[in-house]
Write a protein that binds this ligand. Structure first.
Ligand code: EPZ
Length: 438
């Protein structure tokens, strides 16, 4: 297994370029199932989850060409298998996004019920309740969700999400594009990735209105066609590099980002003393403020509030801030796994239920630490960049799921980081298949 070896203390200086958003690319790739014509997606990030999603599409019979590394041409003209198998869903929960499109186009689908993962139980009851309201018969069979549409197809319905669900909103929005009649989704997720998917669906001939607001209206159509689409920048990668500049007391120009999608993150980081300048609609300039960092208070919420996917990175930053910070995680029930690893590096963090108290500033000392999920991994890399001495991060396949070559981008702006393979003499670490997908 591969690891990162980081020697801390270098201030980052220079320019980083942000990749496309993994959490937009994934639903946009499954949207290709809705039509026999070709969908061309640009600015797809080169990350593991995309490779997994490509495998899923090819396993069910779609053809995927990549004329360039970050361009995917997907044709689902000859889908033979309406199923997403366990071994794929286990490694990537987003495989569940195949459910709505398969059901809408073919009237049937079988998707392995995703188990929990490191950050929580991650049920999909809201996805299934919505599909049932649209007329689908949904039942469990040997660990798979089996769904069947009525003979004359899904029908439009009024759906109220009792909880905001990003992929739940995306799954039902896709299913509704080919349903008979109108679907209205209340308490819909408002993430930029939901808006990006709606834009692609409308290019394909769908009639989706209100994406990005709590109420989305979809008028079903007979069929959808091909389209071209460029994926939005990754707002979580953007936030991660803002923290990297601040925590190393460096200066970074962040290119090809979308500051508008990061408003709340930019606001909360400015509140604790990070200097962030919006140069233009796709560029930020970040440096640590002259008065250093001071403690902050944060509660993760659904978009447009502060995203749970930036909570771990914020926690690492607060270990270097003056004073006591309070962080409340309201989205996932077990998303403080990084805290214990940060404590092993000397961070003063107390976790109780959904709240973490961080006292700073405290010197971090390099150590051998272990990543547990995608964003926790990023928080450990950030800690390594500022820690005294050497930090070894195990299980970097987690971070490869959602960050394109993060060590290459960091090294290019002065970080002392390298990817190393497990030496054959090193004690074998436990198998990594307990790393269920986040
Ligand atoms: C999406 O996951 C993202 N993944 C996650 O990013 C992100 O952390 C999450 O949204 C929250 O923003 C993708 O977009 C591929 P949810 P998702 O459904 O859709 C509960 C990353 O790091 N819930 O919005 O699975 C759920 O348990 C990943 O890139 C139900 O109870 O999250 C959670 O508490 C990690 N029943 C809350 O809702 C359901 O049917 C929000 O989950 C669905 C969700």
């Amino acid at each position: 297994m591969e690891k990162f070896r980081i020697r801390g203390g270098n201030p980052l200086k220079g320019r980083v370029t942000i990749s496309g958003a993994k959490n937009s690319a994934l639903p946009c790739m499954t949207a290709a199932i809705l039509t026999p014509e070709t969908i061309t997606l640009h600015n797809i990030p080169y990350v593991r989850d995309i490779i997994t999603m490509r495998r899923l599409l090819e396993d069910i019979g779609a053809h995927v060409l990549t004329p360039e590394l970050r361009t995917h041409k997907i044709s689902a003209a000859n889908i033979e298998l309406m199923a997403a198998p366990y071994e794929l869903v286990k490694t990537m929960r987003a495989s569940v996004l195949a459910l709505g499109p398969l059901l809408a186009r073919f009237g049937k689908a079988r998707v392995s019920l995703p188990g929990g993962c490191a950050i929580g139980a991650r049920p999909i009851d809201l996805h299934l309740a919505g599909l049932t309201k649209m007329g689908a018969e949904v039942f469990l069979e040997t660990g798979d969700v089996v769904a069947r549409a009525p003979a004359d197809g899904l029908r439009g319905a009024e759906i109220n999400f009792e909880k905001v669900s990003v992929t739940g909103t995306e799954n039902l929005m896709m299913a509704a594009t080919l349903a008979r009649g109108q679907t209205i989704i209340h308490n819909a997720a408002r993430e930029p990735e939901v808006r990006d998917l709606a834009e692609l669906l409308n290019k394909m001939g769908a009639r989706v209105r209100g994406a990005g607001t709590p109420t989305i209206q979809i008028d079903g159509v007979e069929a959808l066609g091909g389209a071209q689409h460029t994926i939005i920048p990754d707002r979580i990668e953007t936030g991660t590099f803002i923290v990297a500049a601040a925590i190393t007391k460096g200066e970074l120009e962040i290119k090809d980002c979308n500051p508008e999608h990061c408003n709340r993150v930019i606001g909360k980081l400015r509140d604790v003393g990070v200097e962030i300048e919006e140069i233009n609609q796709s560029t930020l300039y970040v440096r640590s403020g002259p008065r250093g960092l001071h403690a902050g208070e944060l509660s993760t919420e659904a978009y447009p509030q502060f995203p749970t996917d930036m909570q771990a990175q914020y926690m690492t930053l607060m270990t270097q801030a003056n004073g006591r910070s309070i962080i409340t995680e309201t989205i996932f029930e077990n998303r403080f796994m990084h805290a214990s690893e940060l404590q092993r590096m000397g961070a003063r963090i107390q976790v109780s239920h959904d709240q973490a108290i961080v006292d700073g500033p405290g010197k971090l000392i390099g150590a051998r630490v272990q990543a547990s999920d995608l964003r926790a991994s990023a928080s450990l890399v950030l800690a390594g960049l500022v820690a005294e001495g050497e930090t070894i991060i195990d299980r970097v396949y987690h971070i490869d799921r959602g960050y394109e070559k993060i060590e290459t981008k960091l090294k290019a702006v002065g970080a002392d980081i390298e990817r190393v393979r497990e030496s054959v003499t090193a004690p074998l670490s436990s198998t990594h298949d307990d790393a269920a997908a986040a």
